[in-house]
Design a protein around this ligand. Structure first.
Ligand code: IDP
Ligand code: MG
Length: 166
């Protein structure tokens, strides 16, 4: 099945200069990148992204982690990979959530660590199923930032002031 999946290179991945390595690993999937950007995870986006974990003892630290507050690197790289079985292919290379349990050849197994607090600092995020992928992609990207049409869109008229080069 043709699918799309959200990948985030988390702030630890960026500060440790792992971007090239991670993109090289993911290119083994032969999937297509159809959107990509470097952006800030605001508290609101981070809390919505991890809404399913609200109530966990590590939730607050996890939100700080995604915002970049644990690494002095307040940004993430967000990418959408698209193609046959994209979700499973990317999850396979990403590895298990706990970096110590992840296969040693996976991205998390190679580069992840467990903080002394217990938080899994695991370098990348990858969507876990089609519904989560849709929710996450719509959280991080607007339709015009994606070079193909993956979900239905509607036209909305908005009066907005934008910044332009002066
Ligand atoms: P996933 O990232 O493999 O999809 P989720 O359960 O969605 O796993 O958890 C989101 C993130 O929260 C993980 O990537 C990891 O950073 C952190 N996390 C999840 N479970 C734990 C835990 O039991 N201890 C510490 N950190 C965790
Ligand atoms: Mg998850």
């Amino acid at each position: 099945m043709i699918q799309q999946t959200l990948v985030l290179i988390k702030p630890d991945g960026l500060i440790r200069s792992l971007t090239g390595n991670i993109l090289t690993r993911l290119s083994e999937t032969k999937l297509e990148i159809v959107a990509g950007k470097v952006c800030r995870a605001t508290r609101e986006i981070a809390e919505q992204h991890y809404a399913h974990l609200k109530g966990q003892p590590f939730f607050n630290e996890l939100i700080q982690y995604l915002q970049g507050e644990l690494h002095e690197r307040r940004k993430v790289m967000a990418l959408i990979y698209w193609g046959e079985d994209a979700i499973a292919k990317v999850r396979e290379l990403t590895g298990e959530t706990n970096p110590e349990k992840a296969s040693p050849t996976s991205i998390r197994g190679s580069f992840g660590r467990i903080r002394t607090t217990g938080l899994f600092e695991n370098v990348v995020h990858a969507s876990s199923d089609p519904l989560e992928a849709e929710r996450e992609i719509k959280l991080w990207f607007q339709p015009d930032e994606i070079i193909i049409d993956i979900y239905p869109t509607k036209k909305a008229k908005k009066e907005v002031t934008v910044r332009e080069w002066s």
